[in-house]
Design a binder for this molecule. Structure first.
Ligand code: SAH
Length: 347
């Protein structure tokens, strides 16, 4: 089938493509046309608007053994922290003051974290106004997930990381993909807007795996998906693995936009880490969200999931101004709204 017809077919929401069609798009020799089509679909559905979201990485304690992640429990060289709530509250106030309307709380799988800590974060945000709360804190008991939702949490990010069950087990010290997917489905059942995602370029991943990753996002009914390159961390078992490439990440993002036209897709920090210019490319090839850390610099340094070149520290206000200017320079506008998922917006 020719390229144009395939793009049109895949963008039809009622149609679920097969793996070979997605592989065809991911590997097309018409790369520029693929990225441009995704950019056009994105502009159409997102009205040329880009969402800015603040992320507070409040704890780097982690009980998991994910062999790609710098926070994994085997990394004994890392100083562990959990931010005092007073500092989290200060971060929230600052993020809201500079204009963020979505705040994401992210951490390792911190089993020592009391449920009340998160309740406080939710309540503190909600007291500031109509601001969305997103949690990205791993697998927690269903009772806690339901309680936080009842307290006002809006969305939950839980990436499936890879759709290949054997690769998932290998990368996660025997943990099962099925359990992660069960949690994702539980979250959706509770009423959360669901965020999923996966890494591009994991050792042992094939193009077919990526096609299946994309189909899994569609099957789960995600409203957001983070798709970024794998970047090896020197203190992990995968330290010598080959990183994911910018090219394949952008192609994957573009196909994700065609397959999931209304889903929020961030230009991931991991992508910007391998090439700062890739942020702009991503925003023109299907991405419509930028997420920025707003915790103080000392904590950011200790939240090293993958290594980052020493970056100039920007205050939330400076970062926000720079991002708004970047968005405008590309011909888009910063979206003033909360940036909820399409299912909520259609209610
Ligand atoms: N602990 C929570 C939050 C994790 S968020 C959870 O398990 O859900 C961290 C995300 O960063 C992961 O979902 C993963 O997709 C990504 N990540 C981890 N290590 C990475 C690496 N080395 N390179 C690129 N992305 C990585």
């Amino acid at each position: 089938m020719d390229f144009k017809r395939l793009v049109t077919k895949i963008t039809t929401q009622a149609y679920t493509p097969d793996v070979s069609e997605l592989v065809g798009l991911l590997t097309t020799d018409q790369r520029e046309a693929l990225l441009r089509s995704a950019g056009e679909v994105c502009s159409h559905y997102m009205n040329n608007q880009v969402h800015l979201r603040a992320i507070i990485e409040f704890s780097n304690f982690c009980a998991c053994q994910c062999t790609y992640c710098g926070l994994y429990s085997g990394n004994k060289s890392l100083t562990r922290f959990r931010m005092p709530l007073s500092e989290v509250n200060d971060c929230i106030s600052e993020a809201v003051a500079v204009g963020y309307r979505t705040i994401i709380f992210q951490s390792g799988e911190d089993f020592g974290l009391p449920a009340d800590y998160i309740s406080n974060c939710i309540q503190y945000v909600k007291a500031q106004g109509d601001i969305a709360v997103v949690l990205s804190i791993g697998d927690r008991p269903a009772s806690e997930l339901a309680a936080w939702y009842a307290q006002g949490a809006d969305r939950y990010l839980i990436k499936h990381e890879t759709s290949d069950p054997l690769l998932y087990e290998r990368l996660h010290d025997g943990a099962q993909l099925k359990n992660r997917l069960d949690t994702a489905r539980t979250l959706k059942g509770i009423g959360y807007q669901l965020g999923g995602g996966f890494m591009v370029g994991l050792p042992g991943q094939s193009i077919e795996t990526i096609a299946n990753d994309l189909l899994l996002l569609k099957e789960l009914g995600v409203e957001m998906a983070g798709i970024g390159p794998f970047i090896p961390h020197p203190c992990t078992p995968l330290c010598h693995a080959t990183p994911g490439t910018e090219d394949l990440t952008l192609r994957t993002l573009a196909v994700a936009r065609l397959l999931l036209p209304k889903v929020h897709l961030p230009a991931t920090t991991a992508l910007a880490t391998i090439n700062p210019n890739a942020l702009k490319e991503a925003l023109c090839s299907g991405a419509n969200v930028i997420m920025r850390k707003v915790e103080p610099e000392n904590y950011r340094r200790m939240y090293e999931i993958y290594p980052r070149p020493f970056a100039r520290y920007l205050t939330p206000r400076e970062q926000r101004a720079e991002d708004e200017a970047l968005i405008r320079s590309l011909g888009f506008q910063p979206d003033p709204g909360r940036g909820d998922g399409y299912q909520k917006e259609e209610e």
